[in-house]
Design a protein around this ligand. Sequence first.
Ligand SMILES: [Zn+2]
Length: 251
Amino acid sequence: MAPTTQTQDAPLQPTTTTPQTPQLTESSPAAAAPTQGGASEKEAKEQKAFERWTKTLSLITGIGLSKEEFQTEINKIDRKQCELRKEQLIKTSPGVRFMMNNLVKSGCPLTKNMLECGPCDNTKSGGFSKDHGILLCQNGFFSKKHQEHTMIHEMIHMYDHCVFNLDWDNLRHHACSEIRAAALSGDCNWTREVRRGHYTFTKQHQECVKRRAAISVAGNPKCPSRDAAEKAVNAVFESCYNDTRPFDEFY
Ligand SMILES: [Zn+2]
């Protein structure tokens, strides 16, 4: 990723789509195909159904598809789901709609083609680029809620870039936006924390925000170490955590 313009955000539970290849032993419907002469319409229909069936089975088992073919099919399925959820969330998610409205008000409207679903490596869930808009990692979401939080998270980066004219090479600037994005997007809400096993009774929200912000800042090409990322986060934490614009409070 190009330096200075990108932020990338880690998913909470990376998903994998490695094909499994168990031995398939059951007989196929082809064995039961009628053998009388004259290819009837019924036979043609059955053949089609069989092809659909074997394709579905191939996807489940990985048998009969090359690694590339398998990945292409998985990418298609992931993209379709990501695009569908994106459309639904734009219509129904209060947080997504609120951020979209505020981006319009700030003079940086987010058009649909700036909100792109695409495959990423398994450590990412989304990213913002000032030149290209928002990437949604179609293979990085473990739920619709996770996609919703990622959309809001990246829109907060976009908002910050628009309103505060951030310098993404400056670790404190980057840290500030990551703190706000983690705090305001729902990334650190209670159920997500419990699922990650990081739940502690006091200050869990702040701790979660700090930890997630530091992980993201550590991914900045200008950041020399995790330690430097944590220092940048701590230096700006109070003021950025308490700056909830454009929200009135935590979402
Ligand atoms: Zn981020």
